[in-house]
Structure formats: C-alpha cells, structure tokens
Design a binder for this molecule. Structure first.
Ligand SMILES: Cc1ncc(COP(=O)(O)O)c(C=O)c1O
Length: 368
C-alpha cells in the first residue's frame, strides 16, 4: 500500500538524534520557553532571512497572533484565498476579521494578484498571501498594492519553508510571516509547532507578549494575551531537523523532477515552477478532468492519495455567513474538482514513485 505521507522511515533514520534532543530537554530542568526555543527562534529566523522569530504552538495561532499584533480585528477585511488550509481562514475569523477571497491563477494555484485591487474597500486592512504547495506568491505585486493602499501584509508560509521568490525566502517579504511545523511540513516536528517572523522590533515585542498571557518579563500583563507557546521539546527536535532542511528540499525537488519526467507524456496537468521562484515542493499537485475516477482506480491498486483541497473554504458550511455562492471564484472552484496530490516527502523512495507513475500511465490509457 502507498499512502500520501508517512513518517516512519524518516524517524528510523533520525531516531538517535531526535531521542537525544528530547532527552537533553527532559534532563535540563526547563520545559517551557528556555534556551532551545530561543535558539530555534534565532536559527529559523536566520534561515528565513528575518531579524526575529517568535516560536508558537501551531501555524493557525501564528496567523492569529500576526493579525492581533498588527491590530487587525473587528470589521476589518483581510484579502486571502479560498484554496488553502482551513487554518488560514479560521485564524482570520478568530481574530474577529472578515476574510475576503481572491481567485487563484490557473497554472500555479496561487493568489491571482491581478484580481486583488478590485476587492479593496475602506475596510480592507491586510493582504494575506498563502505560499501554497511550496511555491511563493508574486510578492512584488502584493507589496506594491499594499504600499499603494496602505495595507499590511502577512505571509502564510506554512507550506513553503525554504522556497524563494527572486532569491528572497518565503517568510521574509512581509510585515509578519506565519508558519507551521506540523509533522507533514517541509520542516515538521513530531507534534505541533509554529512561528511568527518579522523584521520589526516593536512587532516582535508585541508578539512575544501576545503569545504568553500578554506579560512582560516580570509577569505583569500589559495587554490581553494568550497562551500560544512553542515548547522546549519541539524546539529541540526542530533545531536538529533544521540542520537537514536543505537536504529535505533537495530530495523533494529530485522526486518532483522524476514525476515531471515520468508523467510528461500523460494527460495529467503537472505543477509549474515559475522562473523567478524556487519551488520547495511541499506538495506535488496534478490536475485531471476525471480526477475522481483516477483516484478510485489508484485505490484499487493500493495507492491512497489526498486532495489539497477538495472543497474551497468559501463553499464550507462554517463560512456560509460570508455569503459566497457557486461561481464567485471560478478558477478556485474548477480546480477543486480536478486536483490531487501525488506522494512526495523526503523518505519516499524512487521505487515507490515508479509504482505510482506506472499506475497512473496505465490508468490514463485505460480511461482515455
Ligand atoms: C497553508 C497553511 N496555513 C496554516 C496552517 C496551520 O498550521 P497548523 O496546522 O500548525 O495550525 C497550515 C497547516 O496545517 C497550512 O497548510
């Protein structure tokens, strides 16, 4: 059986390092906000090319805190996409703000920056691009619009550690970036984790307070805050894994190259890597008009794949109150019926990849 993702092989490979990191924390006498979190914040911020990092408990809260730190809340509109993890939208709504969805590009599945300006109103406060599947949004255009209309920008870089846009890393091109270290992510821990990144000292101070009950170092709550701390164990694991991040990305890109080569003569529409960007291939998302049939045929062969994402968020019950209707985001809605993700993670073997591509070729011929 082949699954979309599994971590056992990678764990076997890294076991000694991971367990040693956990043990070091357990023996240290400090489990919360100690030296591992501090070091990981600095190292990951350095890796992304920002001055500051604030470790938090997950990527959803990273977005939530970014919005809070920028003072975005009640009645403020945040422009983002509907083709993303629910988390992006959930965080906006939790902050009290209103998500406004822009359609996506047909080839990259990323925010269509040409459609942003028509959505800007007096209530718009922020653009929240999602560097989805491992590729960055056209950030020059996002930042140009933000400057012109005096909007803030929050990057959601949960899926794009190490991806670049014009040689700048994901997470370094906005007021605040939010990321996740959920296990499947390019840099993922064995549990939950996240970070907010910024170059702004004042925002950094705000974020450190907001993540820890609004307190300063003396325990005085200066503002209403939350409990969104990253813990020492996950920071220690992430510090170890951060050393391997470029290997993870190279391996992902190698697997993507193999898929590109082995599937180029099929009816599948393959991912596009833009010339000014480096794709980190968090996901390898392909497109086919008979997607459901392809997936059920693959399942018969023991290949169980996922769809990211089968239902756009503006069509979900939880967000009915935003009053979107079918047809409002035509590209988003169309691709949701056609996309699916092929297995791609560093420990996925080329032998298994070959099984997937052979099966796809066979199915494509059969259903033509
Ligand atoms: C694009 C995107 N944003 C936000 C998140 C939220 O991260 P977390 O699951 O750590 O809350 C995720 C991951 O699930 C994601 O893929």
């Amino acid at each position: 059986m082949i699954k979309s993702w599994e971590y056992k092989a990678e764990y076997e490979h890294e076991k000694e390092e991971i367990l040693a990191a956990v043990e070091e924390v357990l023996n240290s006498g400090c489990l919360i906000l100690g030296s591992k979190v501090k070091k990981f914040e600095q190292d990951f911020a350095d890796y992304c090319g920002t001055r500051y990092g604030v470790g938090v408990d997950n990527g959803t809260n990273a977005i939530f805190l970014a919005l809070k730190a920028l003072g975005i809340g009640e009645n403020d509109e945040v422009i983002t996409v509907s083709n993303t993890a629910v988390a992006t939208v959930s965080a906006i709504v939790s902050a009290g703000a209103i998500p406004v969805f822009v359609d996506i590009e047909e080839d990259t599945f990323l925010m269509d920056t040409h459609k942003i300006e028509r959505l800007i109103t007096a209530q718009t406060k922020c653009i929240l691009p999602v560097h989805l599947f491992g590729q960055c949004v056209d950030m020059d255009e996002v930042n140009r619009i933000a400057k012109q209309y005096r909007l803030r920008v929050i990057e959601d870089c949960a899926q794009s550690h190490g991806a670049t846009y014009k040689n700048r890393k994901a997470g370094s091109m906005s007021d605040i970036a939010a990321t996740s270290f959920y296990p499947t992510k390019i840099l993922g821990t064995y549990g939950d984790g996240g970070m907010v990144l910024t170059n702004d000292e004042e925002l950094y101070s705000k974020l450190t307070r907001l993540r820890f009950y609004g307190m300063d170092a003396t325990g005085h709550a200066l503002v209403h805050g939350y409990n969104c701390r990253l813990d020492e164990i996950h920071a220690a694991i992430l510090l170890k894994k951060l050393r391997h991040i470029e290997n993870y990305i190279s391996q992902r890109r190698l697997l993507a190259d193999h898929y590109n080569l082995l599937l180029k003569n099929t009816d599948l529409v393959l991912p596009v890597e833009k010339l000014d960007r480096k794709h980190a291939y968090y996901l390898y998302v392909v497109r086919h008009a008979k997607r459901d049939l392809v997936l059920s045929e693959l399942k018969k062969k023991g290949i169980h794949l996922n769809i990211h994402y089968p239902r756009p968020i503006h069509m979900m019950d939880a967000y009915k109150n935003l009053h979107y209707k079918t047809g409002d985001l035509p590209v988003t809605e169309r691709i949701a019926n056609e996309i699916f993700s092929l297995p791609l993670y560093p420990s996925f073997s080329l032998e298994k990849l070959q099984v997937v591509t052979d099966s796809l070729q066979e199915i494509m011929t059969k259903i033509q």
